[in-house]
Design a protein around this ligand. Structure first.
Ligand SMILES: Nc1ncnc2c1ncn2[C@@H]1O[C@H](COP(=O)(O)OP(=O)(O)OP(=O)(O)O)[C@@H](O)[C@H]1O
Ligand SMILES: [Mg+2]
Length: 264
């Protein structure tokens, strides 16, 4: 095993293949997430974005290829990982603070979680909810609940945070606000983030690098590094506008109608 200090990659996928029954989902998927990097995994619905997070979390084993989490197989690296899903999945009978502690409680037990209470309060503060620690999920807005889920993910002190379309169920304004907040939190905590989305603009606003997946059988068709400073506005930044154009064209080329047009 390599010591943590010399590892450059938080996540590595090399020639990863996976099938469900007779259906081939991945046809050799390669990508990396560097230590401290913010990578967006972008691709059409059903191409296997969530599947990649399940593989990283050791919930699913690939048929072929290599997956490494901080240089280790997923079965050993999963402790470095925390998830944030599309819906916050909070326990309704627990208040915000107690929900933040839930992940630590499940991993390390109640006694250890109790010791992390001060840290959990700091995390609620980090996500702007220090004053709402005693509120139950029903008393929180959708955006606030998703902030609790982010604090809960950070409470197990992961080095890698996997996010699966975490803002897609929120209204546009809340979504915009939470995008800025996740960038601020990432800059403050320096976690490695793999953020799944099918929203081109979201990927452009957030990512250091965009990994674009094809339709099934899935391969990575482009990796695009974005150097524009944040906060980003694709309407005012020519580099972002060009990347946006390119991604829209690549998505259009993947649509079934355009295949028919080409075949005709
Ligand atoms: N347990 C399973 N059994 C059979 N097929 C599965 C299973 N899990 C996923 N699939 C299939 O694998 C493909 C990839 O699924 P996945 O959920 O990773 O897609 P996705 O890119 O996250 O899509 P979306 O953007 O809609 O969330 C889909 O076609 C899905 O139907
Ligand atoms: Mg998905």
């Amino acid at each position: 095993m390599f010591p943590r200090t010399i590892m450059a990659e938080a996540i590595e996928f090399e020639g990863v293949e996976i099938s469900f029954g007779a259906e081939k989902i991945y046809d050799g998927v390669d990508f990396t997430v560097g230590d401290g990097e913010f990578v967006c995994l972008l691709g059409p619905s059903g191409c296997g974005k969530s599947t990649s997070l399940r593989i990283i979390g050791d919930l699913l084993a690939p048929a072929a290829g290599m997956v490494r989490v901080n240089g280790q197989p997923p079965g050993e690296g999963w402790k470095e990982i925390a998830f944030v899903f599309q819906s916050p999945r909070l326990a309704p009978w627990r208040n915000a603070l107690s929900n933040v502690l839930l992940g630590a409680e499940l991993r390390y037990g109640k006694a250890e979680a109790r010791k992390r209470e001060a840290k959990a309060m700091q995390l609620l503060d980090l996500v702007g909810l220090a004053a709402s620690a005693k509120k139950y999920p029903l008393m929180l807005s959708g955006g606030e609940r998703q902030r609790v889920a982010i604090a809960r993910a950070l409470a197990v002190d992961p080095s890698i945070v996997l996010m699966d379309e975490p803002f897609s169920a929120l209204d546009p304004n809340t979504r915009r606000r939470l995008r800025s907040e996740i960038i601020r939190i990432w800059q403050e905590t320096r976690k490695s983030i793999l953020f799944v989305t099918h929203d081109i603009d979201e990927a452009i606003i957030l990512a250091d690098r965009i990994v674009l997946m094809s339709n099934k059988p899935t391969k990575v068709i482009e990796t695009i590094a974005i150097s524009s400073p944040r906060p980003r506005d694709p309407a005012k930044d020519p580099q972002l506008a060009a990347i946006r154009e390119k991604l829209y064209a690549l998505f259009r080329a993947m649509e079934p109608e355009s295949e028919e047009v080409q075949a005709a």
